[in-house]
Design a protein around this ligand. Structure first.
Ligand code: C5P
Length: 409
């Protein structure tokens, strides 16, 4: 995914054992489409070599303010000036306690601190990912420094909690590279949904027949989870009601796991009271067994198959769309239509039947379980196609579209 395409980042390493994670972070940033210029402090070089970072970033690493090689294409022996001038942000990962103290006081006795001080303040944001022992993190001096760095406009990421290299357990770990990548992508994302609350249903439902069997479908939940992540990155508070899926919770998203359509309905209805947007991406089972057997239904050897009775599940989306808040226009409802043919016609009919302003159509067999998809957005005026792309990309486009619609209202 090219979430950072076109971005140029200076990745600064100060000294700490978390430097080994900076290698993975560098790789993740490059994979996400960014160009990365690494700058290391002398202390960082004790933990990881510039050769490693050079290989991963594909660029020469700078470690000294006295380095007289051309930097950022300029031959003036001033890497502390040149390196930040082309950057969209400076990311310090790991940021040691000592380095943060230096930043705070505007000290500039090595290339990394000098470069941070000399950056154009309005144009080049500074993002730090602290990493240190829990006592160091909890120390009033560090907490004071972090608060002041924030007040100075620095973006502080984390910290994580858990086992530390020293053997102690607590706060102070650097966030994992994947988490840092997510935070950095979020940092650059426009925030059209700031202050809004978005509720998303995702995945299949499981309609139990007995303790071991049930009716479900092939929905993976990937599209709904991608929408949750995109909505979060767009600044929304996000509640995700997930059927049984094996997917990690997107960062910053509140998740409630449910099993049956009735469970999903109860969770959705409760949370819809506070939501500004409801996106029903779940593939809810249309029917459930009329009764659930207490014990496993056994073959009795007679060759008779059990006579199963089914009842229809409630339509969660239609119910929410008919609520007072949605009718008043305070809750914008979006449905999904997974079809096997005639997507446009079916999606339009579904939109009218469910009473929602927007339905997102897609071809079921060409999306279930896959990482890419193609969408068609259907509203009262007509339709717009979002061509085949990754579900992450499509989710971002869909969320931007929803944000436009609720802002125009
Ligand atoms: O009727 P159909 O299942 O094709 O409609 C799909 C849309 O309706 C999706 O947005 C789905 O989440 C929602 N839905 C629902 N409750 C149901 C069935 C579908 O919320 N019982």
């Amino acid at each position: 995914m090219n979430d950072l395409a076109g971005k140029h980042l200076v990745l600064g390493l100060s000294g700490g054992i978390a430097c080994y994670k900076a290698a993975e972070l560098c790789r993740a940033l490059v994979k996400a489409g960014a160009t990365v210029q690494v700058v290391m402090s002398q202390a960082a070089e004790q933990f990881i070599t510039p050769v490693t970072m050079q290989a991963l970033s594909g660029r020469s690493v700078f470690t000294s303010q006295w380095d007289n090689r051309p930097s950022a294409g300029v031959d003036n022996q001033m890497p502390h000036i040149n390196l930040s001038r082309e950057a969209d942000a400076i990311v310090i990962a790991p940021a040691s306690a000592d380095f943060m103290a230096k930043l705070l006081h505007g000290r500039a006795d090595d290339l990394l601190s000098l470069m941070c001080l000399a950056r154009p303040l309005e144009r080049v944001p500074l993002i730090v990912a602290p990493a240190m022992n829990r006592e160091m993190w909890a120390h009033p001096a560090t907490q004071r420094n972090v608060a002041q760095l924030r007040a100075d406009g620095t973006h502080v990421l984390g910290v994580g909690q858990g086992e530390q290299a020293c053997g102690e357990t607590g706060d102070g770990r650097m966030l994992e590279p994947e988490e840092l990548l997510d935070e950095i992508v979020s940092f650059f994302s426009p925030k059209p949904l700031a202050g809004r609350r978005v509720l998303i249903s995702a995945g299949p439902t499981w309609e139990a027949l007995d303790p071991v069997r049930g009716l479900t479908n092939r929905s993976s939940g990937k599209m709904g989870f991608a929408i949750a992540q995109a909505a979060r990155r767009a600044g929304a508070e996000v509640d995700l009601v997930a059927g049984p899926v094996a997917l990690p919770t997107p960062r910053g998203v509140r998740r409630v796991d449910v099993s049956s359509a009735l469970d999903m309905q109860a969770a959705v209805q409760a949370m819809a009271e506070q939501a500004d947007v409801f996106v029903a991406a779940a593939a809810v089972a249309d029917w459930r067994p009329a009764s659930v057997a207490e014990h496993k239904i056994k073959k009795d050897g007679s060759g008779q198959v059990p006579a199963l009775q089914w009842v229809e599940n409630p339509d969660i989306l239609a119910g929410v769309a008919a609520s007072e808040r949605a009718s008043r226009g305070d809750l914008f409802c979006v449905g999904f239509a997974a079809e096997s043919q005639d997507v446009l016609a079916h999606a339009q009919a579904k939109r009218v039947r469910k009473g929602v302003p927007l339905v997102v159509g897609n071809l079921g067999p060409e999306t279930f379980g896959r990482d890419d998809n193609a969408l068609i957005l259907v509203d009262e005026h007509g339709s717009t196609e979002l061509p085949r792309a990754s579900k992450g990309d499509l989710a971002r486009q869909l969320v931007a579209d929803i944000a436009r619609r609720i802002t125009l209202k």
